[in-house]
Design a binder for this molecule. Structure first.
Ligand code: HEM
Length: 171
């Protein structure tokens, strides 16, 4: 019988462990210590929800004024969302601790869905202003749900994972 001490102790062998908790998660795209993504996400969030509200007003009043307001609010929702998305993508790609976390990618995917819907909502209004009811309204409702999902997951990155703060995990 082989002595126990001669067996390779595979279950006790010390593996080199990469400590993900030590990877940097502080924001890489910031102005004077203020992360730009955090500063920019409020605009698409507010404008997507505002566009939904504008569509509801149009449905209620049938006043074409709200159609014109909707073109602008949907357009700026998309444009500011693209800007926030570019900055968020830079954070995702360049900061190792952000890149490593699945939650960051989940938020990124939700945000890309939001941007696709917001873009479609704007183009619909440019090309077919008469289709705001019902298609624009439906896209606005979908964009609002996507914004809630993307924003919720973005918030989790900050408050659950401590990502994007200006304090390094190493400090
Ligand atoms: C499209 C690609 C996007 C990527 C890859 C991305 C990535 C990230 C990352 C890495 C963070 C962690 C904080 C940081 O590093 O700044 C974050 C936070 C956040 N993101 Fe995004 N993001 C994207 C777009 C958006 C958009 C369009 C919105 C608007 C709904 C949004 C809303 C948020 C919120 C609310 C937070 C947490 C709070 C904050 O930083 O103010 N993100 N995002």
């Amino acid at each position: 019988m082989t002595k126990k001490s001669d067996e390779p102790a595979s279950n006790t062998r010390e593996e080199p462990v990469t400590d993900d908790a030590q990877l940097d998660i502080s924001s890489a795209v910031a102005v004077a210590g203020h992360p730009i993504h955090a500063m920019s996400v409020h605009f698409p969030i507010a404008l997507v929800i505002a566009t939904f509200g504008v569509d509801l007003f149009y449905w209620w009043t049938a006043d074409p004024f709200w159609v014109r307001v909707g073109v602008w609010s949907a357009g700026f929702a998309f444009a500011t969302g693209v800007f926030a998305g570019i900055v968020g993508t830079l954070e995702l790609l360049f900061v190792p601790g952000i890149r490593k976390r699945a939650a960051s990618w989940a938020h990124g995917v939700a945000a890309m869905v939001l941007l696709a819907v917001a873009g479609a909502n704007w183009v619909l209004r440019l090309v077919h202003p008469d289709a705001v009811l019902p298609h624009g309204l439906m896209l606005s409702a979908l964009a609002t749900v996507a914004t809630a999902l993307a924003g919720w997951h973005g918030g989790k990155l900050i408050f659950h994972h401590g990502i994007g703060l200006m304090v390094s995990a190493k400090e």
